[in-house]
Design a binder for this molecule. Structure first.
Ligand SMILES: Cc1cc2nc3c(=O)[nH]c(=O)nc-3n(C[C@H](O)[C@H](O)[C@H](O)COP(=O)(O)OP(=O)(O)OC[C@H]3O[C@@H](n4cnc5c(N)ncnc54)[C@H](O)[C@@H]3O)c2cc1C
Length: 334
């Protein structure tokens, strides 16, 4: 097998797959490396907000919700959304994105291959060394590429269960007293329901988060399933995407939302923009600039929310009112 590529992408999550798609049928040689045997599955609730509206997903795979059921300190609010929220299973999303590139002659996809070390113009993998002109780190929240660049991360955590189909409502529970700035989600998919808790580890530990979630499930009579608990970090600390010939996208770039943990849309948008930037270095990446503005607003709001319990209540109170407005959904990425 050849060992020299114009572009090497580490990680075939939504960011890496979307980035690879930009080189489809071009004369740029691409190597996409994924450590897993199957492309797609990931610990994730698969919720897609208004930010994903620019991307089409097959109706057969995605579910759309025009109403959000929001519990704020036990009080139920039914919110009609301007932009519907969708859910998509991560296997389905991965396979859908993979289908777009799998037959491209210029894109080589290596599964079951782990990148172990990065050096200038070369990477070492479990299948040997490969040389690159451009390297794209699309390797998620524990990114090796990010570590190679010496960048710090700030992590939130999602802890969750896959339950049987128990509801058709898209539900979010927020309770500053119980969850601080975190929340519990219930996201219905085609064949199952995803339930979990999003939290910042400085607020409480994973053990405490699990206790809160289990208690919530018990109180709501969802405790009849004993599925495996899963957890994963989410990097929301953005410090740049372009570092000479090395690029970071998605969670590797810290692009996920600090407030909600949403990262799929950010991964897709950054993957697309960085792909275009590699093809044309003068490309200004307008869509990436837009999500960076949203990230800035989220950072300010998160700083406010972290100050105190009272601020969390104020933030939630106003979010409840504002989420019904198109401008707010668009500008804060809900
Ligand atoms: C519990 C939980 C719930 C979430 N729910 C939502 C949600 O509802 N909506 C939403 O938008 N976001 C959600 N997120 C966030 C979302 O999962 C991520 O933001 C998104 O997956 C980021 O995509 P990515 O392509 O950047 O990274 P990833 O999806 O993490 O993909 C990275 C890929 O790189 C591969 N990889 C990593 N290291 C290497 C290596 N050394 N060599 C080779 N391959 C490697 C991995 O196997 C993986 O396939 C959730 C996260 C968690 C933890």
């Amino acid at each position: 097998m050849r060992d020299k590529f114009d572009v090497i992408i580490i990680g075939a999550g939504p960011a890496g797959l979307k980035c690879a798609e930009q080189f489809k049928n071009s004369n740029i040689s691409v190597l996409l490396i994924e450590k897993n045997k199957v492309i797609g599955p990931k610990v994730c609730a698969g919720g897609l907000t208004s930010l994903s509206a620019v991307f089409d997903f097959p109706d057969l795979k995605a579910r759309a919700f025009e109403k959000l059921i929001f519990y704020f300190a036990s009080k139920k609010h039914e919110i009609d959304l301007v932009y519907p929220i969708r859910t998509i299973d991560r296997y389905d999303l991965g396979q859908y994105l993979l289908d777009k590139i799998k037959d491209c002659k210029n894109i080589r996809i290596l599964k079951k291959t782990t990148v172990i070390q990065i050096k200038e113009n070369r990477i070492t993998t479990s299948r040997g060394d490969f040389y690159y002109k451009c390297l794209v780190g699309a390797d998620g929240s524990s990114s090796l590429a990010r570590k190679y660049l010496g960048l710090k991360s700030e992590l939130s955590v999602g802890l969750c269960y896959k339950a049987p189909k128990i509801t058709d409502n898209f539900v979010v529970y927020a309770s500053p007293k119980l969850l601080g700035s975190g929340y519990i989600w219930i996201f219905p998919h085609k064949n199952y329901t995803h339930i979990g808790v999003y939290f910042h580890p400085e607020v409480f530990s994973a053990k405490e988060a699990k206790e809160i979630l289990d208690d919530f499930l018990k109180k709501n009579n969802y405790s009849y399933f004993d599925n495996k608990l899963e957890a994963a970090p989410i990097n929301f600390f953005y410090q740049g995407c372009v570092f000479k010939n090395i690029f970071l996208i998605g969670d590797a770039a810290g692009l996920a939302s600090e407030i909600t943990g949403e990262g799929i849309s950010y991964a897709l948008i950054s993957g697309k923009e960085i792909g275009r930037k590699i093809i044309n270095p003068d490309y200004k990446m307008p869509a990436l600039k837009e999500i960076l503005k949203i990230k800035k607003r989220q950072r300010i709001a998160a700083g406010f929310v972290r100050k105190s319990f009272l601020f969390q209540k104020i933030f939630l109170y106003f979010s409840l009112k504002l989420i019904r407005i198109k401008w707010f959904q668009k500008h804060f990425g809900f």
